[in-house]
Every structure is written in C-alpha cells, then in structure tokens.
Design a protein around this ligand. Structure first.
Ligand code: SF4
Length: 385
C-alpha cells in the first residue's frame, strides 16, 4: 500500500524495534482495537492542549471561544511526562491547541520532549496544526512525529481567506492570507517528504458538502497520504453556522466515494449513522464504506480510549471542546484513575453500547445530543443484512 508510513522504528537504547505501520488496518486511535483486546474501554490515548494562541480564527474552530492573545505559564513538562509514564496501556498521544507551534518556546520545551518520550516508548503521535508558520517550526518536530493533522476545507486561497479569518476581528488582506495558504501547501509537502504521515481533515458543512470532491482532489495533489472527513457539528464557537441535514451529509459522502482517488487512505469519523438505524439508506452507506478499498470509519476516541489534559491547569476533560466540565486534575490523580471515573459518568454510560459485528462502539456525545437525544442505544443493536 503506498500510504504506509515510514517512521516505524522505536528505539530502546540503541536497538531499533519495528512498529506496525499506520495504515487502514492499523489505526491505534480507534477505540475498537483496545475494546476488543481488553474486553472493556481502556485509556490508550492522551491528548494535550499546549496553547490557546493561534494566528488564524477559522469560522468552524472547535475551540475558538478559548483562543487568547497572551497566556500564562504551563505546568512543568516533567510533571506531564510522569503522568504519561503511569498510563499502563498508552498507545497514542496527540498535541493540540490553538496552533501548537505558535510559540517556538513551546515547540522546543514541550512538543519536542513529548514526541521524543512517545517515540522512546513506541507510542504513536499526532499534532493538530494549521502548518502556516515557517517550516523551521515543523522541521524540529518531524524526526519524532508520526501524524501531522491539518484542516483543509478549501478550493482556493480565496476560500481559505474567507473561512480562516472569518472571526479575526480585524481585516486580513487576501494577499496576506494567500501567502499563508501557499506556505501551508508547501509545508505539507515538505513534511510528507520527511516521512511524516500528513492527514488533511475536511469538514462536511454548509460550505463544503457540494464541493467535497474538489477539496479531495486538492488534498491528493498536495501529496497527503490520508484524507480525514468529519461532519461538522455546532460546537460552541461555531454554533451560529448553518446546519446541514443528515441526508445532505449522506449525499456528500457518496459524492466523495464516487470520485475519490482510491490510492489515498480515507478516514471517516464522528458520522451520525449507525448500523442499528431504521434508515436503510444510512445502513447501506455504512455497508458501502466498510467494503471500499482504503476507507475506514473510526469510532470516536473521545472518552472511549482518550482523555484531554489542559497543560495550563492540569485539568482533565473528555475532549478539548466539550461543554462537559473537567472531572479531575493530574496534580492529584493518575490518568488511568480519572479515566475510570469518567467511564462511570452518566454521559459516558449513555453512549457505551457495543456491536462487535458492526465494529461499532456507540455514538459520539455531540451526535447523540443533536440527533438522538431520546434514543436509548442500549436497547438497539446492529442490523446487518
Ligand atoms: S454499537 Fe450502539 S450505535 Fe453502534 S450499531 Fe450498536 S447500538 Fe447502534
């Protein structure tokens, strides 16, 4: 498979240990793997928010409400690594923001050590970035990084200008935005060349649903090895944006499947469709997705195998953009303990169904709240024709 990832060596001392490449058959971020292996959900993934600073203000930003112009000191990096070291089944880490590389000091003092720690333990890593800053920021991370996750919802620099600075609060010229757009494309290509799996995420929303095929083609042209596709749900910052129907989402995914480059791994996530649905068209779409070459549908990691740690406060959340309040702090609790605490939470219990035959472990919290508020998923099971 041409999308296989090249950075697959873990080092113990001077000895290189070969890790299984990230691929459609090996996605350690999907909680279904650990659920099947251990017979119950385990904490295998930790996401860390390292900044609330960002050079952009995208209209769809999930954490837009938390973005700031200046921020306080973070907890010591040693404290965070000590808590990671205690996580018994750790398989992946993710670093997010804001734009995590906004400050070069954060890159050097937090991101590089976290990635080096992960690499030394054979833990896979991901950074969520807009990759619009100078390449020197990303060059320091590339040798230790597995996945660079970028957002890409555009068909041109004009789109990027409109979407990426929608909430800037001051005027940003098209010329300035176009320079960042070109740099993003150039950086993505250079990171791919350096052996990092560049995964571009598009949201299916009111702007993109009828041109998702064009967006896909640009992502392929940029040399990304993976196209990640998620419907957009109205999180707090983006709550005023027009919402599209499930039918429009379904049609958009079909448009994409009919036109995509099947050599590129396509990963769908947080879909509002389940095999227990009484809507046959939605079930048929899931069946098609399951049978397509190089297509995967990832179960939602948030709260299933992953927690989020805010590196300013040490507070632990189910995800970086949830309205669910923090349920603990790494200053006084181990992450595995906090995960067990979350699993007992009524919200977690409401979505923890599991149908092994459909490789499904339940709906995302936002999706349930939006489309299935009164549905008891524990009373349903997958319908497989
Ligand atoms: S695991 Fe839950 S959401 Fe998935 S098909 Fe089964 S009942 Fe439906």
């Amino acid at each position: 498979m041409n999308m296989l990832h090249t950075q697959n060596n873990q080092y113990r001392g001077n000895t290189a240990i070969q890790l299984a490449p990230l691929s459609p058959v090996n996605d350690p971020w999907d909680p279904i793997g650990s659920l099947s292996r251990y017979g119950g959900h385990r904490l295998t993934s930790v996401e860390m928010t390292v900044t609330n600073l960002c050079n952009m203000r995208c209209e769809h930003c999930a954490v837009g409400d938390t973005l700031v112009m200046a921020e306080p000191d973070k907890i010591p990096i040693g404290e965070m690594i000590r808590r990671l070291e205690e996580v018994e089944h750790l398989e992946t880490i993710s670093i997010t923001g804001g734009e995590p590389t906004f400050s070069n000091r954060t890159v050097k003092e937090y991101m590089v050590p976290l990635l080096q720690y992960a690499r030394s333990r054979g833990v896979r890593s991901q950074i969520n970035s807009n990759v619009t800053l100078p390449y020197s920021r990303y060059e320091q991370l590339a040798p230790f990084l597995d996945v660079m996750h970028i957002s890409f919802n555009y068909t041109s620099a004009e789109d990027f200008h409109q979407i990426g600075f929608a909430k800037a609060g001051h005027s940003v010229s098209l010329e300035a935005a176009a320079k960042l757009y070109d740099r993003m494309i150039d950086n993505a290509q250079r990171l791919s060349d350096a052996g990092v799996l560049v995964s571009a995420e598009s949201m299916i929303n009111y702007r993109t649903h009828d041109k998702i095929d064009e967006i896909h083609q640009l992502i392929v042209d940029m040399g990304c090895q993976r196209h990640e596709v998620h419907p957009m749900y109205p999180s707090s910052f983006a709550k005023d944006l027009p919402v599209i129907t499930r039918e429009q989402m379904r049609r958009s995914i079909e448009l994409l499947l009919n036109s995509r480059d099947s050599n590129v791994w396509m990963l769908f996530g947080t879909l509002p469709f389940y095999q227990c649905s009484d809507n046959k068209q939605e079930r048929d779409l899931l069946t098609r997705l399951a049978n397509e070459r190089n297509v995967t549908v990832r179960n939602d990691p948030d709260g299933r195998n992953r927690l989020n740690v805010n590196l300013f406060s040490g507070d632990v959340f189910v995800t970086d953009f949830s309205d669910v309040p923090s349920f603990g702090n790494i200053a006084d609790s181990r992450l595995d303990e906090l995960f067990d605490r979350w699993l007992k939470h009524p919200l977690a219990q409401g979505v923890n169904c599991h149908c092994p035959a459909a490789s499904c472990c339940g709906p995302n919290l936002l999706v349930k709240d939006m489309y299935y508020k009164d549905v008891n998923f524990h009373m349903r099971s997958a319908i497989l024709e």
